[in-house]
Design a protein around this ligand. Sequence first.
Ligand code: HEC
Length: 155
Amino acid sequence: MKKTLFFSFLLVVATLWVGCGSDSDDAKTTTTGTTTTQSTTEQPAQPAEETKQDEATTQAGDDLVAIGKKLFTDKTCATCHAPDKKLVGPSIQDIAKIYADKGASIVDFLKQKSKPIVDTDPGQVSVMKANLDGFVKDMKDDELKALEAYMMSVK
Ligand code: HEC
């Protein structure tokens, strides 16, 4: 009788021991499990999605600006117009600012549909007009739009 009691006591202790042990183990794995899943899936996923959206919305504009930037060099505009300082002609920044302020169109100016508004000195105007009459009149609308997009992007 004594022996059986002792064994049942041992059994109870053993069960409690194992029970407690496995309980706390379970608790641990669940907590670490949740924290790992959160940090690996949710957090890095968000910034990646944002970048994708930004790229999608600005891609078309960026392409036009890149084409315009290349044309600006290829068509020799860059020899007279620097981004931020006056060369022969006004800086691109000055031109872009005045066109933005007045809501004017560089495409119209390049097609000689509108008069110069940045530098109206007749000597200066004739230098630029020589380009407009010379080769700019043969450029396609798409190219003029790209040049405008590039010039307006220079801040
Ligand atoms: C030989 C030098 C020279 C070259 C090359 C040249 N420009 Fe100009 N540009 C000038 C000068 C000088 C002015 C100032 C006179 C004026 O504003 O019309 C000017 C003015 C401008 C203006 C401002 C017009 C305004 O409203 O006053 C724009 C826009 C412009 N150029 C765009 C271009 C583009 C685009 C090209 C290339 C296709 C180009 N330029 C090539 C000399 C040049």
